[in-house]
Design a protein around this ligand. Structure first.
Ligand code: HEC
Length: 222
């Protein structure tokens, strides 16, 4: 093969390697410049960012307040019994009408309670959950405060201060938490929170049951 062709091939091969090398090098580095954006899609658009000025409006706010008379659809929280556990500003004493207190609700509540509440409050609700037991062990075996912290035991749900609480108040505790207990509003859907509350009531009742609570036909069964 003539020398000139070999040289030309060599030069073209070297030149062909250059673009990927440059691209690879550029990708590995940071740059203060904007990337070259060949395919724009909708990456760059004229828009007003939050808190920026907008001369179109007299008050120059780009974030506009809600239009007067806006009606919430599918997300109104007017039903305070269901959403907050209150009726006319007082804690509700029953479950909301859309969730009748029945065996189905209790079964669901038991299942959810056993998932979300037993680690601290225990299966019977008396405050002897596994986490509580472990913490008590650590506290008992430590010399002085444990890492500068103390353990607040989960409260027994059979404590008189809890048994006298209306259902709405317990619903509020489950939703928003209370003192050292975190709320479950963001994790447990609202219907399930009511189911849990119903089950807490049943648990409490179970500790103070009398023979009259057992139907005649079930007496004597194990
Ligand atoms: C991570 C541990 C933990 C979990 C899980 C937990 N709790 Fe608690 N709970 C506590 C502690 C601790 C307290 C006592 C808070 C205090 O007195 O500062 C408490 C207190 C309570 C009280 C008493 C409130 C009052 O007014 O005194 C209720 C009712 C209650 N919890 C219900 C529940 C229910 C229902 C669940 C499940 C959805 C649950 N808790 C899950 C730790 C927990």
């Amino acid at each position: 093969m003539p020398r000139i062709i070999i040289c030309t091939l060599l030069i073209f091969t070297l030149l062909a390697i250059l673009p990927p090398v440059i691209a690879a090098q550029t990708r590995a580095k940071t740059s203060p410049n904007r990337p070259i954006n060949l395919i724009q899609d909708m990456d760059l658009q004229a828009k007003f960012k939050a808190q920026s000025e907008n001369d179109l409006f007299a008050d120059k706010r780009s974030q506009r307040p809600q239009v007067q008379g806006t009606v919430a659809r599918n997300e109104s929280y007017l039903d305070t019994h269901f959403n907050e556990g209150t009726v006319d500003g007082q804690w509700a004493t029953t479950t909301p009408s859309q969730l009748p207190f029945n065996a189905a609700l209790l079964t669901r509540g038991q299942e959810r309670f056993n998932i979300y509440c037993t680690p601290c409050h225990g299966y019977s609700g008396s405050g002897d959950g596994a986490i509580n037991q472990r913490a008590m062990e650590l506290v008992a075996n430590a010399d002085g405060p444990v890492n500068g912290t103390v353990w607040v035991a989960a409260k027994s749900l059979h404590d008189a201060t809890v048994t006298i609480q209306p259902m709405g108040q317990i619903f509020n505790t489950v939703t928003n938490g209370v003192r050292n207990m975190a709320g479950y509003g963001s994790q447990v859907p609202i219907e399930d929170r009511w189911a849990i509350v119903a089950y807490v009531r049943a648990l409490q009742r179970s500790q103070n049951a009398s023979i009259d609570d057992v139907p005649q036909s079930k007496r004597g069964e194990l």
